[in-house]
Design a protein around this ligand. Structure first.
Ligand code: ADP
Ligand code: MG
Length: 681
């Protein structure tokens, strides 16, 4: 029989600390043949496990040579060692080391999963091997549902799945009772008889007595090596057949040394499913951050959309509005009656346009005077009267306070009309939809009202009555529509006002040829002190600054909660690595590369990210509906808009954060020393 394993002059030294070493193996030289069932015996601490770890390729830190077939383990690279563990050796441990969240089938096929073997072939091979150890009916169970003996048989099946040449069993029966011990030994013997080398560590005399060879180690040295003359080799037909059949198959399709991303995700999914509650709670934590990010996106785009769609569409972009800014609430900001101030402004604008190479000059006929006066506070008030019940008397219910008094801006067009028409120059006035409730059931169009403007200034104290003026239209002016506002033609109003004083506008409208010129003029005006644009513009600006304040606080909130989430994921993943140290050791013992371990943990952070993203979407969705309902009921508008690609932003951010926070735990897992992690209890 050929020599399958040759150990030559092997020494193993453990570093205890900086200054002390401990030599666990001294000049071990021994060879083994295939078909042998070897028992390694010796006192606890004599170096048996140390030797097993060296033979199994779990520990490559030794001197001397361990030669398996053509390969010298002392000369292999990490990658080649991984491959060696996967293909050439199978491990069986005292404490079974099955992965509890995987089914029996998945435990057995783990090594095949690491090699990216097809699902069908995996099931086929696992079933036939589980049949050999008498467990074909338990394939779907979880390890916790099996007895100790059954678990060890699963572990043997797992060790056999890749048809290794050597089976290493470190005290395989140490945790089993006598009758189960005999069952396991019978299986190990059959494996050896089928032509493999089986090396097992044991404390039991009885176990040792049935093996073909007993090697005793004491203090790291081989002290005896005896062949068992009574050992009877039997024909192990079944194992042999199975193994030969397998060999055919694997030679046809060479295994790719690769754990696929899909398998990694499947493995992590099983693990996450095993601790659903923890993961769901964590996902909800992350979801708060993702949710507030989403809310912020919906809110800021909602405000922008609202301003763009609603407010700005109410005005003609080719008309620039310049209003004098109020210095105090008790004064009315007026341009002078002679037109000196506006002429100076016009010159300034033209100079600016010229300097900035705009081919346009504002002419006198482009300027239209107007006014907009708040009549709610301050020196001017206004109200209208209408005899609603037609009894010839005006009661308090038939008086309506006006909040703003406007001249009809030239940028209002038919599109602003809710009903009626724009012809205020015909001597009529227009009102906002807010007045509908005042007039009751009937439409206000065509009704004639009495209208009073009360001016209270130190040098001018008058009430101007405008009697029997017709309501020609109802205009919708976005946010202003909620207030009772009266629009009146400038010249028409001034013809009344004229009786008392010279007319002075608060506002000028400049007609420009296009939006570019308008924007340029607006830019210039914004640099001047004491002037503002239209009410619509200032409202839009107010909304925008409100939106950016709320937006900024949401950004801060989401950044804080995302940072907290990231730390949380890091901690949970880190704990998961600690909890699964044993599992990582097992994975390495069956040939998982660093890369594979890294991939499994990264997949887990990917899944956490995905789950959190989905939870975040749900949280944000619920909050959006609530906020929408509250806003609609409180203020009548809800500036929230949801765009489909936010779904991807949310999922993307959440996955990226999770993967980044999982990087450190994943690389820690990948770097774990398999020997140490398997030793851990
Ligand atoms: P056995 O399996 O025969 O009980 P081991 O091979 O586990 O013994 O250990 C052999 C000796 O090496 C023991 O004295 C043990 O304390 C020591 N040893 C094992 N692992 C380490 C380690 N990582 N660092 C230091 N000493 C170790
Ligand atoms: Mg041991």
């Amino acid at each position: 029989m050929e020599e399958m394993l040759k150990i030559v002059n092997v020494n193993k030294v453990y570093k205890i600390n900086k200054y002390e070493n401990f030599q666990a193996l001294h000049n071990i030289t021994i060879s083994f043949k295939s078909g042998e069932l070897v028992s390694i015996v010796g006192e606890s601490g004599s170096g048996k496990s140390t030797l097993m770890n060296l033979i199994g390729g779990l520990d490559s830190d030794f001197t001397g040579n361990i030669i398996v077939g053509e390969q010298d383990l002392s000369k292999l690279t990490d990658k080649e060692l991984d491959r060696y563990r996967k293909d050439k050796v199978g491990f069986v441990f005292q404490s079974f080391n099955l992965i509890s969240h995987l089914s029996i089938l998945d435990n057995v096929t783990l090594a095949l999963t690491l090699s990216n073997v097809s699902e069908k072939e995996k099931v086929e091979r696992a079933t036939s091997i589980l049949k050999l150890v008498g467990l074909e009916s338990q394939i779907k169970k979880k390890p916790t549902q099996l007895s100790g003996g059954q678990k060890q048989r699963v572990a043997i099946a797992r060790a056999l799945i890749n048809n290794p040449d050597i089976i290493i069993a470190d005290e395989p029966t140490g945790a089993l009772d006598t009758s189960t011990t005999m069952q396991i030994l019978k299986i190990l013997k059959e494996i050896a008889d089928s032509g493999k080398l089986v090396i097992m560590v044991t404390h039991s005399e009885k176990v040792a007595s049935i093996s073909s060879r007993v090697v005793e180690i004491s203090d790291g040295r081989i002290v005896s090596d005896k062949q068992n003359t009574k050992y009877k080799k039997e024909k192990a037909k079944i194992f042999k057949e199975n193994i030969e059949k397998k060999e055919e198959k694997s030679s046809k399709k060479p295994l790719k040394q690769n754990l696929s991303y899909l398998s990694a995700i499947k493995l992590s999914f099983h693990n996450m499913w095993a601790s659903k509650t923890k993961n769901l709670l964590m996902a909800f934590g992350v979801a708060i951050g993702i949710g507030s990010l989403l809310l912020m996106l919906c809110f800021s785009s909602g405000i922008t959309d609202y301003i763009n769609n609603t407010m700005k569409s109410y005005s003609d972009p080719t008309i620039v509005t310049i209003s004098k800014q109020s210095e105090s609430i008790s004064s009315i900001p007026l341009f002078d009656a002679e037109g000196t101030e506006i002429a100076k402004l016009k010159d300034g604008i033209n100079k600016y346009l010229q300097e900035n190479d705009y081919d346009y000059e504002v002419a006198d006929e482009d300027l239209t005077p107007g006014f907009n006066i708040m009549t709610m506070l301050g020196p001017v008030s206004a109200y209208l009267e209408y005899d609603i019940n037609n009894d010839g008397e005006i009661t308090d219910d038939e008086k309506l306070n006006i909040f703003y008094l406007y001249t009809t801006p030239p940028y209002y067009s038919e599109t602003n009309l809710v009903e009626g028409d724009m012809s205020t120059s015909s001597g009529g006035v227009m009102l906002t939809p807010a007045v509908y409730s005042f007039f009751g059931e009937e439409t206000p169009i065509g009704k004639k009202i009495d209208f009073f403007v009360d001016i209270n200034l130190p040098n001018y104290d008058q009430e101007i009555p405008i009697n029997q003026v017709e309501i020609t239209g109802i205009v919708d002016t976005s946010v202003m529509s909620g207030f009772p506002i009266l629009y009146i033609d400038y010249d028409f109003f001034m013809s009344y006002y004229d009786n008392y004083s010279t007319p002075q506008p608060t506002t000028y409208y400049i007609q420009t040829p296009n939006e570019t010129i308008s924007n340029a003029i607006n830019r210039y005006i914004s640099t001047l002190e004491g002037y503002t644009g239209s009410i619509e513009e200032s409202l839009a600006n107010m909304f925008q600054s409100m939106a950016s304040t709320i937006g900024t606080s949401l950004v801060i909130l989401s950044i804080i909660s995302l940072v907290v989430s990231a730390i949380m994921i890091l901690v949970v993943m880190y704990m998961s690595v600690t909890e699964r140290t044993k599992e990582i050791g097992v994975l390495k013992s069956i040939g998982a590369r660093k890369k594979d371990i890294h991939r499994i943990f990264s997949s887990e952070s990917f899944l956490v990210g995905l789950l959190s993203g989905i939870c975040g979407l749900i949280v944000a969705g619920i909050l959006l509906v609530i906020i929408y309902i509250v806003l609609i009921n409180l203020v009548g508008i809800a500036p929230l808009s949801f765009k489909w690609y936010y779904v991807f932003i949310a999922l993307g951010v959440s996955i990226v954060i999770s993967i980044l926070s999982g990087l450190y735990p994943a690389s820690k897992a990948a770097r774990l020393d398999p020997v140490e992690s398997l030793r851990r209890e």
